[in-house]
Ligand binder design. Structure first.
Ligand SMILES: Nc1ncnc2c1ncn2[C@@H]1O[C@H](COP(=O)(O)OP(=O)(O)OP(=O)(O)O)[C@@H](O)[C@H]1O
Ligand SMILES: [Mg+2]
Length: 439
C-alpha cells in the first residue's frame, strides 16, 4: 500500500477525552473514530488489525475442532423469554420493535439462539459432541462505555457453544477451549492467564476468565507469580486426547478474579514473595453451565440407553475488538504502538526520505515490489513530507520493521533497517535488507 493513496487520518494532538494509552494511540494513529458513546467506526488501519486478530481466533477455534457459522445480530424477544433472560438482562439489552410491533433485541450474546438451532436438528448422542461458533457484533448498553474499544457498547466477539451428552464430555469440551485460548492469546504476543471467575448472568459453576495483566485493566486479580511462567501448549496438541493434565497444571496454581478470591486460601497457598495483586484486562471467558439453557428450552438428546436428557452445554467468548486495545496496552512506548508481527496491519514501513530523487524512488519501488511479492505487506511512505514527520508517523503506527531509504545512503548503495521494538538500526545493502525481511 502506498501511503499517498491510503486513508490514514493521523492526529497531531493527543485527544483529551482518552484516559488510557491504547485509546489515545488508536485515535492518534487513525485506527478508529467514535460515532456515538461506545460505538466506533473502524478506519482502515484499525480494521486491518481487527481482521488479523479475528483470523488468529478463527484458526485456533478450527484447530480445536469448533465449527464456524454466522447468526444474526437481531434476535426475537420470545426466544429470550424461553430461557427467562429477557426480563433478567435489564438495561444492558437494546430492545427494538419492528413495524409489525414484533419485539426484537440486538444480541448481547447467543446462548438462546444457538440452543434453538441445536434443538431443531440434533436428537441423538450419536451426533455429539458439537462445538459451534461465530464471530459477530454484539451490543450491550453498558452503563459506562469507556477506554475506547476496550469497553464499547457495540463490540466484536467470538462466541462458541459446546454440546455434549454428559458432564464428563462437557468438561472435555471446556478443556479444549481452555487450551485453544492459551494458544490464541500467545500467538498475539499476549500473556493471558486463566483465572477462576464468577459465572455472572451466563450461569453455571465452572468458569475461567483469561486475563492480560495491566495497570489500566478493569479487573482486580490475585495470583501466584509462578503462573506467569507456565508453558503454552504447542501447535501439535492433540485436541482429541485427554487435556485435563494441561488444565490441571494451570488451575492448580492460585489465580483468581476479585469476585471469587479467598484471602485465607491465597495466604495459605502462595508464599508472600510470590503474591501478585494487580489489575488485568479480560480478553476471554470460558463457562461450563450444563443444562441451564437446554433444560428450559428443551434441547434434549437421546443417550445410548434411548432415554432423552437435556444436552450439556458450555460457552466460550473472546473479545476480538477489545483485543486490539489490549495488545496496544501490552506493547507500546512513548513514541507509539509496537505491533507484534502476527497482528501488525503491515509487515514493514518503507520510508522514502526524498521522493522524486530518481535513485531513492528506484530503490523504494524495488523494495515495494519485492516485499509485496514475498507477502510482507509493505506500507510505502511515498508522501512528499519532511523526514522528521515520516519517522514520527512510522513509530506511531508501529509496524515491526522500518526500511529507511535516503539519498546519502543510496549513493553508497545502502539503506537502513530499523526494528521498531528494539530500536536497533542496521546499515545494509538493499538486497541484504530485503533478504533480512524474507524477500
Ligand atoms: N463492553 C465490551 N466491550 C468490548 N469487549 C467486551 C465488552 N464486554 C465483553 N467484552 C468481551 O467479550 C468477552 C466475552 O463476553 P463476556 O460475556 O464474558 O463479557 P463480560 O464478562 O460481561 O465482560 P466485562 O466483565 O468486561 O463486562 C469478554 O471476555 C470481553 O473480552
Ligand atoms: Mg466475562
Amino acid at each position: 500500500m502506498r501511503l499517498s493513496r491510503f486513508f490514514l487520518p493521523v492526529l497531531k494532538e493527543t485527544p483529551a477525552e482518552a484516559q488510557i494509552v491504547s485509546h489515545r494511540l488508536m485515535l492518534r494513529a487513525g485506527m478508529i473514530r467514535q460515532e456515538a458513546a461506545g460505538i466506533y467506526a473502524w478506519l482502515p488501519l484499525g480494521f486491518k488489525v481487527l481482521k488479523k486478530i479475528e483470523q488468529i481466533v478463527r484458526e485456533e477455534q478450527d484447530r480445536a475442532g469448533a465449527i464456524e457459522l454466522l447468526m444474526p445480530t437481531l434476535q426475537l424477544a420470545d426466544l429470550w423469554r424461553e430461557s427467562g433472560r429477557y426480563d433478567d438482562y435489564g438495561q444492558e439489552m437494546l430492545r427494538i420493535t419492528d413495524r409489525h410491533e414484533r419485539e426484537l433485541l440486538y444480541g448481547p450474546t447467543n446462548e438462546e439462539m444457538i440452543t434453538e438451532i441445536f434443538r431443531s436438528y440434533v436428537r441423538s448422542y450419536k451426533d455429539l459432541p458439537k462445538n459451534l461458533y461465530h464471530i459477530q457484533w454484539k451490543f450491550r448498553d453498558e452503563q459506562r462505555p469507556r477506554f475506547g474499544v476496550m469497553r464499547g457498547r457495540e463490540f466484536l466477539m467470538k462466541d462458541a457453544y459446546s454440546f455434549d451428552v454428559d458432564e464428563a464430555a462437557g468438561r472435555h469440551s471446556y478443556n479444549q477451549m481452555f487450551v485453544a485460548y492459551l494458544r490464541t492469546f500467545a500467538r498475539m504476543g499476549l500473556k493471558a492467564i486463566p483465572m477462576r471467575a464468577e459465572t455472572g448472568p451466563i450461569g453455571g459453576d465452572l468458569s475461567h476468565e483469561l486475563i492480560v495483566l495491566a495497570e489500566t485493566g478493569e479487573s482486580v486479580v490475585y495470583c501466584d507469580k509462578n503462573v506467569l511462567d507456565l508453558p503454552i501448549p504447542g501447535e501439535d496438541t492433540d485436541y482429541q486426547s485427554d487435556l485435563s493434565g494441561i488444565v490441571e497444571q494451570w488451575s492448580s496454581i492460585y489465580a483468581c478474579t476479585e469476585d471469587v478470591h479467598e484471602q485465607a486460601r491465597y495466604e495459605a497457598e502462595v508464599k508472600p514473595e510470590n503474591r501478585l495483586e494487580t489489575r488485568g484486562i479480560e480478553v476471554g471467558q470460558v463457562f461450563f453451565f450444563g443444562d441451564k439453557y437446554s433444560k428450559p428450552m428443551k434441547a434434549v438428546v437421546a443417550g445410548p440407553d434411548g432415554v432423552e436428557r437435556p444436552v450439556q452445554m458450555g460457552s466460550y467468548g473472546v473479545g476480538v475488538s477489545r483485543l486490539v486495545a489490549a495488545i496496544i496496552e501490552a506493547s507500546h512506548d512513548d513514541n507509539g504502538i509496537i505491533w507484534p508481527e502476527s497482528v501488525a496491519p503491515f509487515g514493514v514501513t518503507i520510508l522514502s526520505l526524498k521522493p522524486g530523487d530518481a535513485e531513492v524512488d528506484l530503490a523504494c519501488e524495488t523494495a515495494y515490489e519485492a516485499l509485496t511479492k514475498a507477502g510482507r505487506e509493505p506500507l510505502y511512505d511515498d508522501r512528499d513530507e519532511r523526514a522528521g514527520g515520516k519517522f514520527a508517523t512510522a513509530d506511531l503506527i508501529g509496524m515491526p520493521w522500518q526500511l529507511i531509504v535516503g539519498p546519502k545512503g543510496i549513493a553508497n548503495g545502502e539503506v537502513e533497517l530499523k526494528n521498531r521494538k528494539t530500536g536497533d538500526r542496521q546499515t545494509l545493502s538493499l538486497p541484504d535488507a530485503l533478504k533480512a525481511l524474507g524477500a
